[in-house]
Write a protein that binds this ligand. Sequence first.
Ligand SMILES: CC(C)(COP(=O)(O)OP(=O)(O)OC[C@H]1O[C@@H](n2cnc3c(N)ncnc32)[C@H](O)[C@@H]1OP(=O)(O)O)[C@@H](O)C(=O)NCCC(=O)NCCS
Length: 215
Amino acid sequence: MLPAWLDLESRPTSRIISLLCPELMSVVPDICTGKGEAMLPTNIVTTRLYLREPCVSDASRLFRAYTTDTEVSRYLVWRPHNAITEAVEFIAICIEAWGDRTHFPYVITLAGNEQEPIGMVEARPKGHTVDLGYVLARRFWGQGIMTEALVELTERCLAQPEYYRVQATCDVENLASARLLEKAGFSREGRLERYALHPNIGPEPRACFMYARCR
Ligand SMILES: CC(C)(COP(=O)(O)OP(=O)(O)OC[C@H]1O[C@@H](n2cnc3c(N)ncnc32)[C@H](O)[C@@H]1OP(=O)(O)O)[C@@H](O)C(=O)NCCC(=O)NCCS
């Protein structure tokens, strides 16, 4: 039996076209968008970065880069990985998501070293809104890398006729994330009490700030 992500018969039309005849994706977007959802690009280039669809070999590289790092996962909804199988499972889910076009997890790499993931950014569309999540390996923090990735991805989302709002939430204590969102042009819209579970901090739901950029 084929792994789920290779099973073309279970894929929407969009995935089959993208695999067999990728050039058609830009020509016939209505066919390619499957259930009517917008199509985000599979690759995004910025000045320093190359964002791309994940592939199977990213699992071990992400595991080495940051998925075991407790500092990185502190304000996130997942627990740090203990074994590489967890990273393999995670990447399989990401590949599946692209196949189904339910959400769009990009691996972030440095331009010129596109094999080596240094982080991830994910766009999760729901109706006219896209929710963003993001994470970067610790040794790349503080160089404006995530600002660069978020600005470009947000602009790509807002360029789609379907999307009017791009939003992100962060734990009220995640100062780096809040600052990043402000630098990327997001406005803080409010504080959501008991909004998210961040299990690496504690078992109770925590307050988050809601940020958004709209057109
Ligand atoms: C949040 C994260 C993605 C930021 O990525 P990054 O590439 O370092 O972000 P940038 O360099 O573009 O911008 C970060 C800004 O926050 C600032 N910052 C960092 N730590 C800070 C702190 N403790 N308090 C205040 N500001 C802080 C940086 O100085 C920078 O602002 P500046 O350019 O004005 O100096 C990265 O820290 C990360 O991966 N953290 C762990 C995962 C995570 O928390 N993800 C977000 C979940 S909501």
